[in-house]
Every structure is written in C-alpha cells, then in structure tokens.
Design a protein around this ligand. Structure first.
Ligand SMILES: *Cc1c(COP(=O)(O)O)cnc(C)c1O
Length: 467
C-alpha cells in the first residue's frame, strides 16, 4: 500500500475518517474561545499565551508535561456561580482539582467546598477553607475521618449508608457533638452529557434509593437520632451534563420524598443539595449552558416544583467542580515522535506521541473522554492532518486525543496544549510506568507560581523502602 497523503482532497477524505462531529477547521491556528481560559491568545510570535504567560516560557522554565491553571479564569468562574446562584450555597467539588492555593481562592471568593477523604479535608482546611463551609462526602467514610470531621466542625456530613449513621452516632457520642447531615439519595436519574436515563439506575454505589424506601428510612432514622441534626436531602445525578431535564426529574423526585417525610414525621426538611455535573466544552461538539442561563432554569424548575408539592422553598445548594476548574486549566506537552499509520481504508492517520499520557490524564482511557488541542509554540500554515495524540505509556489505550486536526508539519520539539484539562486530570494522576506526576502551575498577570511541584524520581525512590 502506498502512503496516502491526504492533503489535496482534504475536505472529501479527511473529514470522513474522523468522527461525525469533528469538522475541518478553517484556520488551525485559531483558538476557539469557548475551550480556553478567557483571554487566551497568540502573541506576535504565534505562541499561546495564558494569564499573560507564553506557554513556551512555562515549558522552558518548568519543563513538560505541565498543568497550567489560569487563576483569574478559575476565580471568575467560581464567582459567576456564586453571583448567579445568589442565595444558594455553592460547594466547589474539591476532587476535581485541589491544592491549598485552590482552597484559598474558593474560600476567599465565598464558596463552600465538597471533600471526600481525610486528605481532601486536610488540604482544604490548610488552605484556609473554614470547616463550617465543608460538605463531607463519600460512600465509605472511615471512623477516623468522621471523627476528624466532627472535631473540626465540618458544616455538613452527607450520609451515604446505615452503617455510616452508626459510625456518626458512635463518634458523636464520644465527642459530645452533633452532626449536621444531609442524606444522599438516588433518584433513579443518571445523566451524562446529553443523555439521561430516568429509571433503572439504582444499581450504583452511592446514596440510598428512593425507590426501595431506603432513603425515607434513613431520613427518619437521622431525624430520630439524638446525635444527628438532619438538615435535608442530597442528590447528585452525574457529570458533564448539558441539559436541565435530568435535574428537573431529580428535583421532582427529591421533593416528593421530602413531602413523604413531612407526612411521616410532620417535619419539613430545610435543605436540598442538587449536586454538580455541569458540563464544559472539551471539543467543538460541546455547548455548555452559560451559568446565568443555568441558574435561571434551576430557579424556574424549583419555583414550579415547590408550588406543586406545597412545600416552602428549601435552602438550596449546588456542587460544581469541573465547570469551575476545567476550562481554567490546560495541559502542556512536548511532541516526541510523529508517525503515519496506514488505515484499512487506504488513508493514513498521524500518531503524535507526547511526553505525558494516561498517568496525567486517565479520562480518555477511563471513560472515552474527548479532548482537543492546539500547537502552542508557533502557528503553522501547513495543511491539516487527522491526528491521534498518544502518551508515552506501555498501553495501546494510552490515547489522549482520539481525533484532532493538527498541522501536517508538526514535529518533535513542538509543544501542544490541551484545553479543558483543569478538572480530573492532575487530581487523578498516577505513577503508572514509574512516571513522576507533572507540576500544577498557576498563571496570573504574566507571573507563574508553582502550586504543586513536579514529582521527582527521588520522590518515587523514597516510597520504595523494600530491598
Ligand atoms: C463529582 C461530584 C461533584 C462534581 O461533579 P462535576 O462534574 O465536577 O461538577 C459534585 N457532587 C458530588 C457528590 C460529586 O460526587
């Protein structure tokens, strides 16, 4: 088979090889504003500049791979949730990206924060997040974690099982404290991107099922406990959601549960937490709702549903993670090799290998997440080729970007930047293949600050205490 160069009949050929949604860009050098931190631009030399810092400078000073977070953009997104969801409690989901500096930003901007482990609690508190603004989540909180949370005075514990209620009561009895609790319920709604399924999704590890009566039983048990002050209900339906219909169904089902609880106990629950999952743009195929539009839609649904059930409007909460930190961050890699691979249909695909991969971004391998990327160190007038950006790990599934158009002259030494990488990349990073984790760098007004330093081989060696 001869090497099939796709330049020439690009529109006819290339577009058919890629997925339906991927369109051939008019101009490969252009950065789609919805994918990048606000204000991202190319300077006179064609280099991508974020927070006033050229990414070439990041690479030169800090090496690659590196995660770069635009502090201003992160904080603007956090404040947008706070301001548009006025009167709500906005919990930033710390698991998406958490360092002490991130906790401080969120605390300073008046948000609350979700944490799920001792580690997340410790980092959040150490960054200055007041304990009373923490929501403590998890389906298997240890006795030690529960005790620590109570000692610190964590604002809400989100109860996930009957065993956990036992554990909370034991800790409260010993400490002479009361836990402020929400009961996490499963509404039967599971939503991911544009799809949601409103039935038959009880089969998962989180929460207590409404359908089976477990949710009501847990609420009643908490209400009657001398150690628990029951505040309300929590529901989280999924992630990367672009539509409000799944939330609407979940709201109706949680309010119906609140109504059943009122009938059973005479008590009207004070709070309803609707979880997170608000989608962001990873590729041109994604169109997230602006935060103000989202807030208005939620307000309308709640007004309507509360009226329908004759319930007072509870204190409401949401828990955005990805929508705050995702678009504010980019991953920066250096290209190491480029090669063409012949496809069955006579076309070829360009494999671009970079110096990171599934150890710093597991999402494509874990759940087929899509990303896009752009050449970061220069512009190019070369024709586009359909490329696959892959990592350096010993795994065929170590794909960072399954399909993306890159300039045909991409070569070793080029830098590529992946937008939308602020959430669930660095926080889910591993040491697979004994690769040290990349640093997290905050950029702001032309300055770079290290939030997490790069791991070193010495760090890895220190953990290895066997002989
Ligand atoms: C993960 C999670 C979130 C945040 O989800 P995003 O998709 O990042 O908004 C919020 N609440 C709970 C309970 C979660 O598990």
């Amino acid at each position: 088979m001869t090497h099939a160069h796709i330049a020439g009949s690009i529109h006819a050929d290339v577009a058919k090889t890629g997925p339906q949604w991927l369109t051939l860009p008019e101009n490969l050098n252009q950065l789609r504003a919805e994918l990048w931190p606000a204000g991202t631009e190319r300077d006179g030399l064609g280099r991508i500049v974020i927070g006033g810092v050229p990414l070439t400078q990041v690479a030169a000073e800090q090496g690659t791979p590196a995660y770069v977070i635009d502090e201003q953009d992160f904080r603007d997104r956090a404040r947008a949730f706070r301001d548009h969801f006025a009167g709500w409690r906005v919990y930033y989901a710390g698991k998406a990206l958490l360092t002490r500096a991130v906790a401080r930003w969120v605390a300073e901007d008046g948000l609350h924060m979700d944490v799920t482990t001792m580690g997340e609690m410790r980092i959040a508190l150490s960054g200055g997040m007041p304990a009373e603004r923490l929501g403590f989540h998890g389906n298997n909180k240890s006795a030690e974690e529960i005790r620590f949370a109570l000692e610190q005075g964590v604002g809400r514990i989100i109860v996930d099982s009957f065993h956990e209620i036992d554990r909370i009561e034991t800790a409260c009895r010993e400490l002479g404290r009361k836990a402020h609790a929400l009961v996490r319920v499963t509404t039967g709604v599971e939503a991911h991107t544009h799809e949601y399924i409103a039935t038959a999704h009880e089969d998962q590890k989180f929460g207590l099922s409404i359908l089976g009566g477990h949710a009501l039983a847990a609420l009643v048990r908490c209400q009657s406990s001398p150690f628990i002050e029951l505040r309300g209900i929590h529901s989280h339906i999924g992630s990367q959601i672009f539509e409000t219909h799944g939330f609407e169904v979940a709201i109706r089902r949680t309010l119906r549960l609140a109504e059943q609880f009122r009938v059973a106990t005479g008590v009207e629950l004070a709070e309803l937490d609707l979880g997170g999952g608000f989608g962001i743009a990873y590729t041109e195929a994604d169109s997230p709702m602006p935060t103000d539009v989202l807030a208005r839609a939620f307000e309308d649904i709640l007004d309507h549903e509360c009226r329908g059930f004759g319930l007072k409007r509870p204190q409401l909460s949401i828990e955005p993670g990805r929508a705050i930190c995702g678009p504010a961050g980019v991953a920066l890699y250096e290209v190491g090799t480029v090669k063409a691979v012949e496809l069955e249909n006579g076309r070829s695909r360009t494999y671009v290998s970079v110096d990171g991969g599934m150890s710093d971004n597991i999402r494509p391998a874990l759940y087929a997440a899509e990303y896009s990327c752009a050449l970061a160190n220069r512009t190019s007038e070369a024709d586009p080729v359909l490329a696959r950006v892959v990592g350096k790990h010993c795994e065929g599934g170590d794909i960072l970007i399954r399909d993306v158009f890159l300039p045909k002259d991409i070569h070793p030494g080029d830098l590529i930047a992946v937008p939308g990488a602020g959430a669930y990349c660095r926080s889910m990073a591993s040491n697979y293949n004994q690769v040290p984790k990349p640093p997290l760098l905050a950029v702001r007004r032309g300055e770079t600050r290290t939030l997490l330093r790069r791991e070193t081989l010495e760090d890895l060696m220190r953990l290895d205490v066997g002989e």
